[in-house]
Write a protein that binds this ligand. Sequence first.
Ligand SMILES: Cc1cc2nc3c(=O)[nH]c(=O)nc-3n(C[C@H](O)[C@H](O)[C@H](O)COP(=O)(O)OP(=O)(O)OC[C@H]3O[C@@H](n4cnc5c(N)ncnc54)[C@H](O)[C@@H]3O)c2cc1C
Length: 339
Amino acid sequence: MALRLGRLRRPRRGERFDVAIIGGGPAGLSAAIYAVRFLLKTGVFTENVGGQLNDTDYVDDYPGMGKVRASKLIASFRGHAERYFGVPIYERVHVEKFERVDDVWFRITGRPSLEVYAKTIIMAVGSRRRKLGVPGEREYTGRGVSYCSVCDAPFFDGKDSVVVVGGGDSAFEGALVLSGYVKRVYLVHRRRQFRAKPWYVEAARSKDNIEFVLDSVVDEIKGDGTHVTSVVVRNKVTGAKREIKVDGVFIEIGFEPPAEWFKSLGLEVDERGYIKVDHWMRTNIPGVFAAGDCTDVWIGFRQIVTAAAMGAVAAYSAYNYLAERGLYAPRSDSIGSRG
Ligand SMILES: Cc1cc2nc3c(=O)[nH]c(=O)nc-3n(C[C@H](O)[C@H](O)[C@H](O)COP(=O)(O)OP(=O)(O)OC[C@H]3O[C@@H](n4cnc5c(N)ncnc54)[C@H](O)[C@@H]3O)c2cc1C
């Protein structure tokens, strides 16, 4: 039985779960929906509900939803897991550690005073998009500043100009997608060489409406109080500054997975710091699975639908893990309030 503190649910100290899902974004909530359908006692332990979806206004590429407010999509994911299937979501919980205590159980600890046990764990902790850290960036996030060109390009349809910052695949892919919607795209990169694949670079060079602004960094994002209006760009070689009028700024300078934390838990990570999984979402630790943006799968194409798909697979794998080891004890009461 979960406890409620104010409006927040809290697990009992020492409470036991078949599967503990760490993270309440699309991957974690999708994993929760599938885990409970396998009659596993499931709990979601998360800092917030919705993950990166909290950073955007609209989504128009999640199948079956059309154009939908991100807040509505989060509510829909949450309602499906929590109200329809009765999965407890413990939010404002920061998981710090898990460790195996015997052949069956992992102990999971964190803040505030979290201590629960689970037979399996699904890591669905996402990955933060790297920020520029310049004046105006935070103020205009969601009001012209975006960290996902592929996601947000359609919302700039017919606009005059945007800036894309970065020199890797995501920046080039973003610039190419945006060039189909916007009259002019400036690609600002701090060097002359690009990390992006040559194919992307050639494709961008062949577009009349993509202008390269090289050896340059964005110093400031300006706006009129409600929306972005321009960026101040500085040439690192000459020091010259230039103000470019734009309707949007797309920051595509990579992700920051919490690699050191993953490693401290014993999880194997790839060279970029993402959790290594096989195609069943199994990590190197038996009984621990991972899903969504924190994994090394489909890098460069981080979407709600891909995260949700991985969450579903991770839940299926958790169920198989338990069944194969004789640890599966289906609980009809794990499906709480369906109906
Ligand atoms: C601005 C923006 C716009 C986007 N637009 C779209 C779009 O239109 N379409 C689309 O398909 N995709 C879009 N995306 C991408 C999409 O949001 C992500 O790919 C998706 O959210 C990844 O889901 P996830 O569950 O793997 O991770 P996240 O969404 O990052 O969720 C991770 C969760 O883990 C929790 N967490 C992290 N660490 C801990 C911890 N130690 N303890 C407890 N909880 C923890 C977080 O609180 C969060 O709830 C957008 C992303 C951004 C940033």
